[in-house]
Design a protein around this ligand. Structure first.
Ligand SMILES: [Zn+2]
Length: 325
């Protein structure tokens, strides 16, 4: 039986259960919080306790696993996630390696690499592989998937280098890939084309944020490659309303694509993009953007729209298990 590494250690893929495939525990830049958060809007103990409470509430809905694609560029800091995971033993948290940028590589990789000032083998592949094989920094926690991003700027030289490093690390280690895409610009097709040229099996790829689109032809074209569509921003009505997201998922289920979709919110216990407006502001501007929206509102709406319990289980249980197998 294949196992997947979680924050607390390896778990049988058969035991992943209902899985939210794209949620963040913390989006919190260590550089930002260290300079502007501490002593101002950041309270470490309060936020850890708050995250524990929010994730316990998720588990109480029946979710057994949360997949957290917070990587370099989004403020990955595993010791804090570990503190939270240790206090929510009923929930698995799976963490990622990779880099999140829409344009250039971080300066820490700018001068090091094949053909660069420091002419060495691709250091991103070395760093990502270490996260997966040995563990992240000195935490002993192993990353179980890879994350990169391609936004409306498309395949910039920096994004291309990162996506290739992710593809090569995938081939070396076998762990699957999640890509942040922008479906309105068709960026998923660009990154899939690159992955295919690198020898990646699309079945090991989730095209994140595909659910921001209701263009069935585009979504079917992506899914027909074998890739999985991330219908993973339920509650972010500014990008696409719940009613439209539900109608699109139901239409794709009717066309036989329930085996190529996963569900999530892309929410977080805390996100520093909103600073101290997080607690009071988000419920006002994005009231559905919370970890229980899928179970409370989306699943009943999907059933109403003709999606069967078996298809819901495919999207919440079977597809995540296959992805990590
Ligand atoms: Zn995200």
């Amino acid at each position: 039986m294949p196992v997947v590494n979680t924050v607390r250690g390896p778990v049988d893929v058969a035991d992943l259960g209902q899985t939210l495939m794209h949620e963040h525990v913390f989006v919190l830049s260590p550089e930002h919080v260290g300079n502007y958060g501490t002593g101002a809007w950041w309270d470490e103990e309060y936020r850890v306790a708050d995250a524990v409470a929010k994730l316990k509430a998720v588990a109480a809905k029946g979710v057994r696993t949360v997949v957290d694609p917070t990587v370099w560029g989004l403020g990955r800091y595993i010791p804090r996630v570990r503190r939270v995971a240790d206090q929510v033993p009923e929930l698995n948290i799976v963490v990622a390696s990779g880099i999140y940028t829409f344009d250039e590589v971080p300066h820490q990789y700018e001068y090091r690499g094949p053909g660069l000032m420091m002419d060495v083998p691709e250091p991103m592949v070395e760093d990502f592989s270490r996260d997966i094989v040995e563990g992240i920094a000195d935490t002993g926690v192993k990353a179980a998937f890879l994350k990169c991003a391609i936004e409306r700027k498309g395949l910039t030289p920096g994004v291309e280098r990162i996506c290739r490093a992710v593809a090569r690390t995938h081939l070396r280690t076998g762990v699957p890939i999640t890509v942040h895409t922008n479906p309105s610009t068709g960026s998923g097709l660009l990154v899939l084309d690159l992955f295919l040229k690198e020898g990646v099996d699309p079945a090991k790829v989730v095209l994140g944020h595909s659910g921001d689109s209701n263009d069935l032809d585009h979504l079917m074209r992506l899914a027909d490659t074998g890739a999985t569509l991330g219908m993973d921003r339920f509650g972010l009505d500014a990008y696409n309303t719940t009613a439209s997201r539900v109608a699109t998922v139901a239409a794709l289920c009717e066309r036989g694509y329930a085996d190529r979709m996963v569900l999530s919110h892309d929410s977080a216990c805390f996100m520093d993009y909103f600073g101290d407006a997080w607690d009071e502001g988000i419920p006002l501007v994005a009231p559905n953007w919370r970890f229980d929206h899928i179970h409370d509102d989306v699943l009943p709406a999907l059933r109403e729209a003709g999606v069967s319990d078996a298809q819901v289980d495919q999207m919440l249980i079977d597809n995540p298990r296959r992805y990590f197998s």
